[in-house]
Design a protein. Structure first.
Length: 185
């Protein structure tokens, strides 16, 4: 029988209060707390914490704390990913982010979602992975919803709510987010 963590990562309904999951979230919150308390002058300490927090990519991530996440270990970053102030990643499922992608302040990435049935919602949740390509720029306060994919070189406007896939090489904005036009380069 699969563990609650295995169910969670597979996108199946799982019990979020499972002791293993509670402990993993506590670990991530402790690391975020420590990360958020670092000064810019403590680059070595910040780098160590990023390596420990993220599944992959902490070696080259560029972070402006504060930063918050559920597990950290389910976040996989390419080279030189940048998070501006106050970003949130609910990494219940995997979040994969390509090289040289930039996130403005207060961007929120949500893999977690909940059943529509109220009784089921009391004890279960599930998640859908998010993939964000290379050289993407996500404007401040944008929200990326569960299961969305954003293609390489796309730009997401500030305040956008991405509820479905965005193709590569476009500018997309709005609520819900929609393609506005192609981008050059």
């Amino acid at each position: 029988m699969p563990t609650e963590r295995e169910k969670m990562l597979a996108g199946a309904m799982y019990e979020p209060m499972d002791p293993e999951l509670v402990a993993l979230r506590a670990r991530a919150r402790d690391l975020c707390w420590d990360l958020n308390a670092t000064r810019d002058s403590r680059a070595d300490e910040r780098r160590r914490l990023l390596r420990e927090l993220f599944g992959t990519g902490g070696d080259t991530a560029w972070m402006q704390p504060p930063f918050y996440c559920d597990y950290g270990a389910n976040i996989h970053l390419g080279e030189r990913v940048f998070f501006n102030f106050n970003c949130v990643v609910l990494d219940v499922a995997e979040v994969r982010i390509g090289d040289f992608t930039l996130f403005g302040p207060s961007v929120q990435i949500y893999t977690a979602t909940h059943p529509m049935d109220a009784m089921e919602r009391r004890h279960r949740e599930f998640a859908r992975p998010i993939t964000i390509g290379r050289d993407v720029w996500v404007g401040g306060a944008a929200i990326i919803c569960p299961g969305a994919t954003i293609g390489d070189r796309s730009v997401i406007g500030a305040g956008a709510v991405v509820t479905r896939d965005v193709p590569e090489g476009v500018f997309a904005a709005g609520n819900p987010c929609r393609v506005i036009r192609p981008v050059d380069g």
